[in-house]
Design a protein around this ligand. Structure first.
Ligand SMILES: *Cc1c(COP(=O)(O)O)cnc(C)c1O
Length: 376
C-alpha cells in the first residue's frame, strides 16, 4: 500500500504551539493561511511583505532606538539606499563626505544617473553644512562616528539645520549602536544600521534596518520600497540578528573598554603617528562625543609610521587580530583600509583600521605590539 501524496504534504502538521519555547522559533514559511472570510488571522500574508522573525527584529529595534517603526533590509546598504530611493529626480541631498564608502559610491555612480543632486560635506563643520542646504534639499545624511576616520558630528545641531530647510536628518548609527547613542532622541528623523555589525554581533548574518521617529509620507514610502523592491532579510538572518540583542549592551561595553585601553597604548607607541578615536581626550571630536554618546565604541584607526608598505606589513603580521574587514563580532579584526576601499578612496595609505572584539585586552595589545615590531 502506498502512502498518498496528500499525506506527504500534511504529515506532522500541528497547530502553532511551539512548546512554549523561551526563545523565538524560526518561521521559514513564505506564505500564511487565510481564514474562511479571506482575512489573515496571523497578520502575515506573504514573507516578502512580513514574517514573524522580521517583525520581531523590527519591533525590537524601533523600541531600542526610540522610534515608532522599523523596516529591516537584506543589508546595511539596502537600508541606507532605501532612504534615497524615496526621492525624485532634481531633489538635493547633503551627505557627509566620510560616510560609508559603499553608500558614497552608490550615490555617485548610480543615483546621480537618476537625477539626484548630491553635495558631500564635512558634517563636523556646521557652517559648511548650512551653506550646502538649498530650497530643494530633502535629506541630510550623516554617519557618526564615521569610519574609518571616527569623526563625530553634532546630531542635535544638524537636526536643526535639516529641519530649518524642511529636510530630514538621517543618521547611520552602526558604529555607536543604540547602547551608546540614540540619534532619534537627539532630533534625527531616521536611523540606519548595518545590523551585520554590532547588532548581529557574531560575524554571521548580513542585514540592515531603518528606524523612523514618526510616521510620515517618507516613512510609508520606505516601507513600500522594502516590500516591492524586495531587498528583505531571510527569517533566519532576522533571527540571527535579533539573537544578538540581549547580549548587545554587555558586548559593546566590554569591547569599548578594551578599545580605550588599546587606543591609549598605541597613542604612545613610537611606531604610530596618530590614533583616530573619539575616546581619546586629544581627539578633535572628543567634546562632541561626550555630549551625545555614553561610550565611544570599539572601532578605531591608526596611522602607522611610514606608508602603505609598512601598514600592509603590520596587518599581515598580526595573528590574533584577523586580517578581514567589518566589525562588531567577537573576533578582533585588522585591515589596511585603503586597499579595502580600492580606487577612489580618500583614506591615507598608512591608515590601519582595527575593530576590537571580545578577547583579553592584554592579548590584543601583545599581538599589535608584535605586528608593529615587524616594521622596524
Ligand atoms: C558595513 C556598513 C554599512 C553597510 O552595511 P552592509 O551590511 O555591509 O551592507 C553601512 N554603514 C556603515 C557605517 C557600515 O559600517
Amino acid at each position: 500500500m502506498t502512502v498518498s501524496d496528500t499525506r506527504f504534504v500534511h504529515v506532522g502538521r500541528t497547530v502553532a504551539n511551539w512548546g512554549d519555547a523561551v526563545v523565538e522559533p524560526i518561521v521559514l514559511a513564505t506564505t500564511f493561511l487565510r481564514a474562511a472570510d479571506g482575512s489573515y488571522p496571523s497578520g502575515y500574508e506573504y514573507a516578502r511583505d512580513g514574517n514573524p522573525n522580521r517583525a520581531y527584529l523590527e519591533r525590537a529595534m524601533a523600541n531600542l532606538e526610540g522610534g515608532v517603526e522599523a523596516a529591516a533590509f537584506a543589508s546595511g546598504m539596502a537600508a541606507a539606499l532605501a532612504i534615497f530611493q524615496t526621492l525624485r529626480p532634481g531633489d538635493h541631498v547633503v551627505v557627509s563626505d566620510d560616510c560609508y564608502f559603499g553608500v558614497r559610491e552608490a550615490l555617485q555612480h548610480d543615483f546621480t544617473r537618476w537625477g539626484l543632486d548630491i553635495s558631500f560635506v564635512d558634517a563636523t563643520n556646521l557652517d559648511a553644512v548650512a551653506i550646502c542646504t538649498r530650497r530643494n534639499t530633502r535629506v541630510l545624511f550623516v554617519e557618526t562616528p564615521s569610519n574609518p576616520f571616527l569623526r563625530v558630528c553634532d546630531i542635535a545641531a544638524l537636526a536643526n539645520i535639516a529641519h530649518s530647510c524642511h529636510a530630514v536628518l538621517v543618521c547611520d548609527n552602526s558604529l555607536a549602536t543604540p547602547v551608546f547613542q540614540n540619534p532619534l532622541l537627539l532630533g534625527a528623523d531616521f536611523v540606519v544600521h548595518s545590523t551585520t555589525k554590532y547588532i548581529n554581533g557574531h560575524h554571521d548574518a548580513q542585514g540592515g534596518i531603518v528606524v523612523s521617529r514618526e510616521s510620515s509620507e517618507r516613512w510609508e514610502s520606505i516601507v513600500r520600497l522594502q516590500k516591492t523592491l524586495g531587498a528583505v532579510p531571510s527569517p533566519f538572518n532576522c533571527w540571527l540578528s535579533s539573537r544578538g540583542l540581549p547580549s548587545l549592551p554587555c558586548r559593546v561595553r566590554q569591547q569599548s573598554a578594551s578599545a580605550s585601553v588599546i587606543a591609549s597604548h598605541l597613542d604612545k607607541h613610537r611606531l604610530v603617528d596618530r590614533v583616530l578615536y573619539p575616546g581619546l581626550a586629544s581627539n578633535a571630536s572628543h567634546q562632541v562625543a561626550i555630549g551625545q554618546m555614553s561610550g565611544f565604541g570599539s572601532v578605531f584607526s591608526f596611522l602607522v609610521s611610514g606608508g602603505g608598505t609598512e601598514a600592509k606589513i603590520v596587518t599581515a603580521a598580526s595573528r590574533l587580530l584577523l586580517q578581514a574587514t567589518s566589525f562588531g563580532g567577537a573576533e578582533s579584526l585588522i585591515e589596511h583600509r585603503a586597499s579595502v576601499e580600492g580606487a577612489g578612496t580618500n583614506v591615507p595609505q598608512n591608515l590601519i583600521r582595527v575593530a576590537i572584539g571580545l578577547e583579553d585586552v592584554n592579548d590584543v595589545i601583545e599581538d599589535l605590539d608584535r605586528a608593529l615590531h615587524a616594521i622596524q
